[in-house]
Design a protein around this ligand. Structure first.
Ligand SMILES: O=C(O)CCC(=O)C(=O)O
Length: 182
């Protein structure tokens, strides 16, 4: 794992967050089945990627329809930092939007068989606590993910974005991924 605190400077981070929260991006709140019950996700979601790349998780397809021009320089910068091979760049971007501290993401792994384990995770807005561990009951490594930071992690490790009762503003997380045809 590698944490890069000021991958984007404040100005770049603010500009990107402004674009992501403009009408240019359509955010949706998904629901999915857990133990036979339909549960609404405590966050909103958007995604981009190479045309036709599908990231399927929680039983739902997320099929990309291309990259907005404004995200291409960022994608190139993230690929360079993560040392992606030129012929295998990140081809999918999953964005999660947490309006306040009660929105979160529970413990999970991103170990879908078509997905490359290396994930580059960019944080914008409020600082939130993120934990990574090798499995249930194992000790976790804690990161307070700051505005403009980039975390390179192995998606096969369990990770969570925890809830907080503190009054925190909105946070957006962008995870760059490589998905190969199943
Ligand atoms: O918002 C975050 O930092 C967590 C995102 C995450 O766990 C995921 O996209 O799998």
């Amino acid at each position: 794992m590698q944490y890069i605190p000021s991958f984007l400077d404040d100005n770049e981070a603010q500009q990107l967050q402004r674009w992501l929260t403009s009408n240019a991006v359509h955010w949706l709140r998904e629901s999915f089945p857990i133990f036979g019950k339909q549960v609404t996700a405590p966050r909103r979601l958007a995604w981009f990627g190479d045309d036709g790349v599908n990231y399927r998780y929680t039983g739902i397809d997320h099929c990309a329809q291309g990259w907005p021009e404004s995200l291409q320089p960022l994608r190139a910068k993230v690929c360079a930092m993560a040392k992606r091979p030129a012929e295998q760049p990140f081809n999918f971007l999953l964005a999660n939007r947490y309006s306040h501290g009660e929105e979160y993401m529970g413990w999970h792994r991103d170990d879908e068989h078509a997905a490359d384990p290396l994930i580059a995770s960019l944080s914008l807005g409020a600082t939130r606590r993120f934990r990574v561990r090798s499995g249930p009951g194992r000790p976790s490594t804690v990161f307070d993910l700051a505005n403009g930071s980039l975390l390179l992690l192995d998606g096969r490790q369990q990770h969570t974005l925890t809830k907080t009762k503190r009054l925190v503003g909105e946070r957006i997380n962008l995870t760059f991924r490589r998905i190969d045809a199943a």
